[in-house]
Design a protein around this ligand. Sequence first.
Ligand code: ZN
Length: 360
Amino acid sequence: MLNKGYLIEKEDGVSKGGRRPKMMGFNQDLGFIIGIDLGATSLDIALTDAVGFILQRESEPSDVHLPPETVLGQCIEIIRRLISKQKCPVDKILGIGIGVPGPVDFSRSVLVAPPLMPNWENFSIRNFFKQAFPTAFVVVDNDVNVMALGEWRYGKAINVDHFIFVKIGTGIGAGIFSNGKIHRGNNGCAGDIGHICIDKNGPICRCGNRGCLEAMAAGPAIVQAGYQAIKENQSDFLAESMKKNNGILTPELISAACREGDEAALNIIRASGQMIGDVLASLVNFFNPSHIFIGGGISNFGNHLLVAIRRAVLRRSLPLATTQLQINFSQSGSDVGIYGVLALVQEHLFVDEKNPFFSK
Ligand SMILES: [Zn+2]
């Protein structure tokens, strides 16, 4: 660590007789790290020092349906702006990490059959960034794995060795943290729980199969159930909200209806929570985590969602598996992704030097 320049001698410690002890500290001036949290419709980029202290940050709308060259080109433009503001030389960028909303083959840093962003299939994100920032180490991971890492490093999961982070938004996915490490599985797709079938006769999912959890319980399914409730005259409140919003219903409007105690909206969110909880119950029996953390846009639905998930998990899991199980919302909110991706880069730069993907 010392000969690599990671650690530097700081001022001497207090002498207790004999040789004077030397105080060591992490070399904050070693270089800079870039973290990119790429969502379906937005991107968030942070420039930090080597310790992970955020120095500059920018967010912009984006669209992962566009070709990767367009979206990653937008990222590079933002990075150039951030490093220019910070007066950071390009060769001082130690690492770039990016969390993406799709299944990632972690060893190759590419997306494989991503339902949300088919244009990105097998596109080398690492090579694209390396062309602009040749000295930087580049690591790519799935957005939910990155959120799990963020919760572990900065949120409620500090010192928790076995937990599941569940992201509920446009899709549903899980990051599995086992024995203090992200469990990615053989190809990197561990935790893709959104495509577990819960109803063989259910609606067609964007993956092409029928009745996936995601197609039944994620944001678009919640909105669809809202339209159905309006059609069946179950909620004047939802009908009025939709009218005021130019005839369009959104998860936010259904969430607002829940807060007003609208029974139809509450039933929709309870049904969604129960379906998610049923799947999580199987995971709890299989994996025996001590904690489950819920994050993502739909987690803003609040306690009604959480209570429904908890009930379903407790009803269907083995008593021994739920004795100490805690199910809560993520602490870090929308920042958990950016914190996680920064932690991912640090882990690979400074901890896991034997990592075969260490490309510097
Ligand atoms: Zn599916």
